[in-house]
Structures are given as structure tokens and as C-alpha cells.
Design a protein around this ligand. Structure first.
Ligand code: PLP
Length: 350
């Protein structure tokens, strides 16, 4: 058992089709944008072609918005591929990856499997990355810092100015990998613009995904923003950009342009999240304020018992255990699903 690993009680439910509310995987409950579906179907007609130019189109759109050059962007089938490439690369030859407890551990588990040590600093009392503690622990053996913002499973965010200052100080010494899977849940005006750190030449790697607000978890589309040299290094660990299909890519371009759909999904998510947070708080549960499409809160039952009983009530959720405290992580579904969740929750906890 590794020192950092979150006790992860979740397993895919065998009777998943029977779930009334599928709230365990931080998916977009509203589906993909109608404009994306239309583009997806249309792109079937060019499914015989390699997507040379189409990759360029999406990179150009992203580059303009991020203030970087297209050569600072590498596409991938979901951001997991970027995370795995970084894990493989930075684990090579040993060394340490520095991060926080209570974070997303796919990259960490993979890196550990391939020889890296993981050093996870405790979170702050309000469940945020403790950047001063991380900075104080950058020793010569640290190969990479891994930050998730907004963080999964806590849903917390790091103040943008603090994160930027951290990157400016730390990235000249060691690469900083920022997993921004949930970044689209920020209101656009508040969203950290870390592309400018890359534009300034810093060794920062941003991982993004279309799996969340764009609803592409099954279609698979993600990308990295980093220095061209770093992308070239990471590329060697991937199956190449053509691992993304032309249909997904064209749907991605349409979805990316469809700001109305994104605004709609963000607003619906915020509404259902506020409802659930209030309902749980009213029952006396201490909900960690979330800026993403899931909520984490401590529960008063054993993880497995809770999870099984929720599943038995048709509600799929995940559980975690940190320092002996069990937590429920529930994805934000539609309002209807969150009403079902509260209903099931009340039945289970009595
Ligand atoms: N990073 C974080 C923090 C996640 O929570 C997830 C998935 O839930 C991923 C990365 C990987 O997502 P995907 O490979 O679908 O882009």
C-alpha cells in the first residue's frame, strides 16, 4: 500500500443500468451540445481522411484564446493520455513527484508503478492545495509538481494570483503540471489564464479535457498546453494525435465554439450544486464549497456500507476515506437527479 493512495472504495456497480441517477463519474448530465452532435454526424462523411488540417483548426482556436502559439498545444483522446505520458516520463529513472493529499491520483499511481516516489503534502484546513508547504519541499529529487485546479475530489480552487506566483517561482526549478480538467466550471471572467505562463516560456504543463463541460467523456478529447520541447517529450509516450478521431475532433470544434451551450451547462450545474449543498447543509452535513461539477462531504457511515446502500436505492456515487474519515463524492447531475440523490440519501442515513 503506497503512502499517498486515497482509500478508494468505489468499484463499477455490476447493475449500472438499474441506476436512476448516475452520479459517480463527474460526467455532463445534459449530454453533448446539439451543435456538436450535428458536426459529429457530418464528419462521418470525411471519416476516410486523416485529420491533418482539422487538428490545425482546433489548435488555432485554442491558441488564440490561451495567448499561446499552436505549437504549444498537443491534442489527445482525453486528458488521461497527457497525465499518463507525464507519469511515464517523470517516473523514468526514479525521483519524486510532489503533490497534495486528497487529489486525483491516476497520474500518481501510474508514476509510482513506474518507479517514482510520491510525496503528498497535507491539504490546508479548508481542503486546498497548500502551496507554501509544497514550495518548501522542493528538494533536488523532485522531478515534477502535480496540482489539480479545481481539485478532484474536494472541488476547491486555488486563488489565481497565488497559483500564478507559485508557478513563476517554482517552474524555473521544476516542471509544474496543472490538471485543469474542471476549469470550465469557473465563470469565464474569473477563469485563471495560465496560458500566459506558457507564453512567457515557463515550464508549466496544463492538461485540459472536453470530458466535463463539453460532455465528451465517451467521445474522448483533451489537450496539453506546454513548451514545444516538453510536448515533443510527452508525445513520445503517447499514440500520437491521430488517436483522436476526425468525428470527435469536428464535434469538439463545434462544441468549443458553442459558448451558449457551455454557459447553459455551467448555469445548470451551479443551480443543482447550490440546491444539493443547501439540502445537505440543512441536514447538518459540512459540505466542502465546490467550484466544480461534484461535491465532497464527510459522512457518518462506513464507505462501503454507504455506497452499497446508495446503489441499492438506484443512486451511483463514490466514496473516499481520508485520515479515517469517510466522505461521499457526488457528481452534480440534473436537478431531477439531485432531488433523487437527496431522497436516497435521506433513506440511507435515516
Ligand atoms: N483529471 C482529473 C482531475 C479528472 O477528474 C479526470 C477525470 O475525471 C481526468 C483528469 C481525466 O479525464 P479524461 O481522460 O476524460 O479527460
Amino acid at each position: 500500500q503506497s503512502a499517498f493512495t486515497n482509500e478508494f472504495a468505489f468499484t463499477t456497480p455490476p447493475d449500472m443500468p438499474k441506476l436512476r441517477a448516475r452520479l459517480f463519474a463527474n460526467e455532463n448530465p445534459l449530454g453533448i451540445a446539439p451543435s456538436a452532435k450535428e458536426a459529429l454526424i457530418k464528419a462521418a462523411d470525411i471519416g476516410n481522411r486523416y485529420a491533418w488540417m482539422e487538428f490545425g483548426q482546433l489548435k488555432q482556436l485554442l491558441a488564440v484564446d490561451e495567448g499561446v502559439k499552436p505549437e504549444n498545444i498537443m491534442m489527445s483522446p482525453g486528458s488521461s493520455d497527457i497525465l499518463m505520458a507525464a507519469a511515464d516520463h517523470f517516473a523514468k529513472g526514479g525521483g519524486t513527484i510532489l503533490t497534495s493529499t486528497m487529489t486525483y491520483d491516476d497520474l500518481l499511481q501510474r508514476a509510482e508503478k513506474f518507479g517514482a516516489k510520491i510525496k503528498a503534502m497535507p491539504m490546508t484546513k479548508d481542503f486546498k492545495f497548500d502551496l507554501p508547504a509544497i514550495k518548501a519541499n522542493i528538494t533536488p529529487d523532485v522531478k515534477m509538481v502535480y496540482i489539480v485546479n479545481p481539485n478532484n475530489p474536494t472541488g476547491t480552487i486555488i486563488p489565481t494570483a497565488e497559483l500564478e506566483a507559485f508557478c513563476r517561482e517554482v517552474a524555473p526549478k521544476v516542471p509544474v503540471f496543472i490538471d485543469e480538467a474542471y476549469i470550465d466550471f469557473y465563470e469565464p471572467a474569473d477563469r485563471p489564464k495560465l496560458g500566459k505562463l506558457v507564453a512567457d516560456g515557463l515550464n508549466v504543463i496544463l492538461a485540459r479535457t472536453f470530458s466535463k463541460i463539453h460532455g465528451f467523456a465517451g467521445l474522448r478529447l483533451g489537450y496539453a498546453i506546454a513548451q514545444p520541447d516538453m510536448l515533443k517529450t510527452l508525445h513520445a509516450y503517447t499514440n500520437g494525435e491521430f488517436a483522436v478521431s476526425i468525428t470527435t475532433l469536428m464535434a469538439g470544434i463545434a462544441s468549443y465554439k458553442d459558448k451558449d451551450w457551455q454557459n447553459h451547462c455551467r448555469a445548470e450545474n451551479a443551480k443543482a450544486r447550490t440546491y444539493t449543498t443547501k439540502a445537505l447543509t440543512d441536514m447538518g452535513y459540512e459540505v466542502i464549497p465546490s467550484s466544480a461539477n461534484f461535491i465532497l462531504f464527510p459522512i457518518r457511515m462506513k464507505t462501503k456500507t454507504f455506497e452499497n446502500q446508495m446503489f441499492a436505492n438506484g443512486i451511483g456515487i463514490q466514496t473516499r476515506e481520508f485520515s479515517g474519515q469517510p466522505y461521499c463524492r457526488v457528481s452534480v447531475g440534473t436537478m431531477e437527479e439531485m432531488v433523487m440523490f437527496m431522497d436516497g440519501f435521506k433513506k440511507v442515513v435515516g
